[in-house]
Every structure is written in C-alpha cells, then in structure tokens.
Design a protein around this ligand. Structure first.
Ligand code: C2O
Length: 552
C-alpha cells in the first residue's frame, strides 16, 4: 500500500462559457478538478489550501472513512469549514472498497464547480476486476452550469424555499457540447479504436437533476454502481441521480464514424413537471479512429444523435434502477439477516409557520424534512466534535424512529392535510449502537413537489433490499426483499411517491449525515444524521482530531 499525496489549491478561475466570461471557484485551476487515482489499501493525503474568498470543505463521496471521520468533510457535521487563507490536510485509508467515487465541496453551492473523480483500483490492479480487463478506462463527469455566480444562486434558492433557478447548461467533463451557444469548439471528444472495450466511469456531479445518459449506436453493460460491483446488466440507457456513479463496459462495435453521447435531465414528476424544462441536452462525441483518416477531416460528417427518453419518463428510470442486482464477491460482507434497529422515515418537502422575525415569509415557509423534522446545521461546533468531546447543547439524540403520523400516500396525496406536512426544525441525531444492523424504510411522501429524492448516506454503503411505488406495505415488501445479491449503494433515488428499504451495519464510529443529494434540498434541511459510538464519550475507537482540524 502506498501514500497518495495531492495538494488542492482552491481559488478563483476565469473561464469563458456560453458566450460569456465567468469567475468560478476551482481546484488547481482545473474544471472539473483533478482526478485522484489510488489502489485499495492506499492512504490518501490531500492538503486543501483555501485561496478562495469562500469558506469551503471537501467531501470524499462514498469513502467509508473507517476510523477517520474527521476527514469526511461535510461542513458543520464532521468539521467547521476551512476559512479563506486557511488549510486543512485530509488524511484517510481506503479500506475494503474499489471503484468509481468522486470528491466535491460540501459547503454552500460550491460543489457546482469544485468536484472531481476519485478512482480506486483493486489492490491487485485491473486484472482483479470481476470482468475482463477493458482496453481503456475513461472518467465521464456530468455536471450543471449557471451563468451567474454560485454564491448568488444559493441565496436565490433559499429565498425561493429551496427551489433553485434552472441551470443554463448541463456538462460532460466540464464541456457543454455543440447544442449550446458558443460551445461547439469545446465539445468533449472520446476517440475509440474499433473493436476495443472501453470502461466508462460515469459520475453524476450535477446539482439538482437526475440524468439520462446514452451513446448513439452503442449499448452498455453495467458492471458497478457507487463503487460496488453489479451483476452485468445490458442496457442502452443509464440513469444517474446526483451523487451516484455507474461503471459500464462499452464495445466500440458500431460502423466507424461519429456518434453523440448525450445527457439530459430526468425530472421525476408524477404529474406535470414542477420545474420549467428547457429541453437542453449536453453532448459529447464518440469518434472512431481510422488509420488513414485523421479525426480533423471528419468534422463535416454526419453525427448520429441518440433518441433520449422524455424528461418525465419515470418507467424507464425505474426499470433501470430496479433491474440492477449486486455482485457479492467472495470475502465481501453479505446481507446481515438479523436486524437490531428498525426505522421508518418519511421524507420530502413540508411547511413551517413563519417565525416572527421572518420578513419575506408569507404565513408558511417551505422546508425539507425527514419524519417532519427539518435538519438544522449547527454553527458553533461540528457535530462530530460535540459527539467526541461530549459537549452538550449542540445537538440532541432524539431523532424519532418513525414519523409523528401514520403516512398514507394514497389517501393524502390529493388532499394534503396540514399535520402530514407540518415541519419543525431541530438538530436531532439518531444514536446507533456500534455494530448494530439497521434497517430503514424510506418513504418518499411527494406531498409537495413530486420528485424522486436521492438520499446519500455518509460513512457506509447500504444494501438495497427492495423498492416500489405508493405506500410501503410491510407484507408485500418483505416478499420482494433481495437478501441474496442486493445492490449495494451509497446514494439511492427513492422513487417519486414511492419507497425503498435499505440495511447496513453501523460498524463505523462517528457522526454521519444522510441527506438528499439534490443540492438545493440540503440548506432547507432534507437530511438527518446518525451518531455511532461504542461507549460513553469520548468514543475510544476514534482517534483524536488532527492538529490542523478546522474549528469554528
Ligand atoms: Cu456527495 Cu453529503 O455528499
């Protein structure tokens, strides 16, 4: 095992996109940021130096952070942000995981431009993949772009009750593609050798939308999601929620030529879409290498466009998500059958009466919630510090195991009753016994804003036992449970007005956020956190914070 060391200089970067100049926050002058590659078992050391005018912290999305919770990164959860002019070194071991993950800023809306791929090879190298070694591996990062400054976008979003202004473009590896103005010269191009197999490591780093992804004339074999291997699944369309990754094998077996790859929003509305949809699609070009025809002479030729699903094509999205099953490799943890802790969580958007000092609030404000509680981030101290040092008054450990009212979607969807959506705020954590097995029913209420919320759990992977639409029903759901080879994930897009059941072992001490990875839903509180410790504070299995740990 090696030590992989990087320095991330975070600062302003001038770019020209969509016919205008913008100043963005970026790492090492790169957008998207640098790709980190490591082997399972390596130690990663990243010195983050903040030259930007904003507070920042970096999260290593999907990394377990076993015994290194101080390096997880979400602002005010495991650390206070790194202030302008300050630095912090993230140091952690990559243990028992391999595949495609990513890193991103976890403060305000900075992850719009502060993100990059984090690729973990098996310790024995690509020959240890549970599929033939591909000819080449290519990271594909899907993103979202606004013409205006991100600092303003968060303010606008919060003032609109968590409804973000629609983005001006989607991106593939930071490029918009030639369907957007002033973008054709900067289209992302992937050159392929006829007959070879490529592994695309696709990451949805977009802020607020799930995305369909296709390449004209080609099909994919999915081999992993969220850095967990899957049984090979053949499809010509992929769906990724923000936070999720998909690894596919693609054989360059089409007649040599040029083909568009395209990503387009999937807005999972059950009724009419609740977000204006401007019909834009980001494109890149897959181009065959021909020995005697250099690529530059190909530009005049016809490029074939894939036929994209409609923006509200929930059946296609659900078919993709529910068809995937996990590949349990020998030596890997299988599904624990005895459950110690059962929880039922409803989540979605709700309302809270205006506070007396809220001038812009008109009777009610819109908030995200889980079990009718909107998560309020502390500002004085991170939750992990409070947990570790036994500091009182930062949070309470009374997150409820179930919602205050029995939830019945079929009766209430058309007739929203106030008690079902009434939300309070709090910094409530659920305390889990170390090593206990936790099963959570996640019920998407879709009472306000019918959408699929991608829930991301920090610190763990979880097994996805079953998912479906409508009300969760224990008897019928349990018959669907896949306890043999369920999908393993760190982010699950719970179907709109539907449910999913997840299970994991709480074998990692620390404080772990679970939240909606639609970026606009985090500041309005669609999340909660777990605290996992094996004794009275301080938790003996967690080493103390590093000396340069940012405090508030
Ligand atoms: Cu990828 Cu809490 O985030």
């Amino acid at each position: 095992a090696a030590v992989v060391e990087h320095t991330f200089n975070v600062g302003n970067l001038k770019v020209r996109k969509l016919c205008r100049n913008s100043i963005i926050t970026a790492v090492n002058g790169q957008y998207p940021g640098p790709t980190i590659s490591a082997y399972e078992g390596d130690t990663l050391v990243v010195h983050v130096v903040n030259h930007s005018p904003y507070n920042i912290s970096i999260h290593w999305h999907g990394i377990f952070q076993l015994l290194s919770a101080w390096a997880d990164g979400p602002s005010y959860v495991t650390q206070c942000p790194i202030l302008p002019g300050n630095k912090y070194t993230y140091k952690f071991n990559i243990i028992a995981q391999e595949g495609t993950l990513w890193w991103h800023a976890h403060f305000s809306s900075l992850r719009t431009t502060v993100y990059g791929a984090l690729i973990i090879q098996p310790r024995a190298g690509p020959n240890a993949y549970p599929f033939p070694k591909p000819y080449k591996e290519v990271p594909i990062l899907l993103g979202e772009w606004w013409k205006s400054n991100m600092a303003d976008i968060e303010k606008v979003t919060i003032n609109a009750g968590g409804i973000p202004p629609p983005s001006d473009a989607y991106t593939i590896n930071g490029r918009m593609g030639d369907l957007y103005r002033c973008s054709s010269k900067h289209t992302y191009k992937l050159e392929v050798e006829p007959g070879q197999t490529y592994m695309l490591r696709i990451i949805n780093a977009a802020m607020n939308n799930q995305l369909f992804f296709k390449i004209a004339g080609h099909s994919f074999t999915v081999v992993a999601v969220d850095a967990s291997y899957t049984m090979p699944y053949k499809t010509d369309v992929l769906v990724l929620a923000p936070g999720q990754t998909v690894d596919v094998l693609m054989v360059a077996d089409a007649p040599p030529g040029q083909y568009y790859m395209a990503a387009r929003a999937y807005i999972s509305a059950v009724g009419p879409p609740n977000t204006p949809f401007d019909n834009t699609t980001t494109t890149g070009i897959l181009q065959y290498k021909c020995n005697n025809v250099p690529p530059s002479t190909n530009t005049g030729s016809l490029i074939i466009m894939p036929f994209m699903p409609a923006f509200n094509d929930t059946p296609t999205a659900y078919k993709f998500y529910s068809s995937l099953t996990g590949l349990i490799k020998p030596g890997m943890a299988s599904v624990p059958l005895d459950v110690d802790e059962k929880m039922f969580m409803t989540f979605g958007l709700g309302v809270m009466p205006c506070l007396p000092d809220q001038t812009k609030c008109n009777r009610f404000q819109l908030l995200g919630n889980m079990n009718n509680i909107s998560f309020h981030f502390p500002t004085k101290m991170s939750l992990l510090e409070a947990h570790f040092n036994g500091v009182q008054g930062i949070y309470t450990s009374d997150f409820p195991d179930e919602p205050p009212l029995v939830f019945d979607y079929t009766n209430n969807a058309l007739n929203i009753s106030l008690p079902l959506i009434l939300t309070t705020t709090g910094t409530k954590l659920k305390r889990l016994k170390y090593n206990s097995v936790v099963e959570i029913v996640l019920q998407n209420t879709a009472l306000i804003g019918a959408e699929s919320h991608p829930l991301h759990l920090h610190g763990f992977n979880f097994f996805v036992l079953a998912q479906g639409f409508g009300n969760y029903n224990q008897d019928s759901a349990q018959k669907m449970f896949n306890l043999v080879h369920p999908l393993v994930r760190n982010t699950i897009a719970v179907p709109v007005g539907g449910w999913a059941v997840i299970r994991f072992r709480a074998d990692n001490p620390g404080v772990w956020l679970m939240h909606c990875h639609l970026d606009s839903h985090l500041p309005i509180g669609l999340g909660m956190a777990f605290e996992v410790g094996n004794g009275p504070t301080p938790y003996s299995t967690l080493p103390p914070p590093p000396p340069d740990f940012p405090t508030c």
